[in-house]
Design a protein around this ligand. Sequence first.
Ligand code: THU
Length: 135
Amino acid sequence: MSVDWARLRAEAAEMTRRSYAPYSGVLVGACGLADDGRLVRGCNVENASYGVTLCAECGLVSDLVATGGGRLVAVAVVAGDGAPLAPCGRCRQLLYEHGGEGLAVDAGPGSAPTPLGDLLPGAFGPDDVSARAGR
Ligand code: THU
């Protein structure tokens, strides 16, 4: 499936304009391509209780599921400056559930996207749950 990375980056940058980040000042936007061609989006939503902040990727995953599910094929995450922002560890796990190790993560213009499997090697995923339950 071909990926319009410029579009994903532009949509992610647009999402930074909706970011609610009064505490850190770090605006984050994310846009993903689902396997049916749908685009899904998210922005970070901070909270006075800092630890319950929602990352942009959380919103993206929620958008994916709420609009019909499917698998993620490609994701761009950017900060307010438009440059790629490395997904945090928790978000790598969230993305893994819905895109697996082959999910292409934007590394910026001029760079090959990074497979999620390189960002989260040896991941624990859905198959591990069924394989290990009750043992
Ligand atoms: N943030 C994200 O939205 N995604 C990440 O993967 C890393 C961090 C947000 C959370 C918080 O609002 C701000 O960036 C600073 O940590």
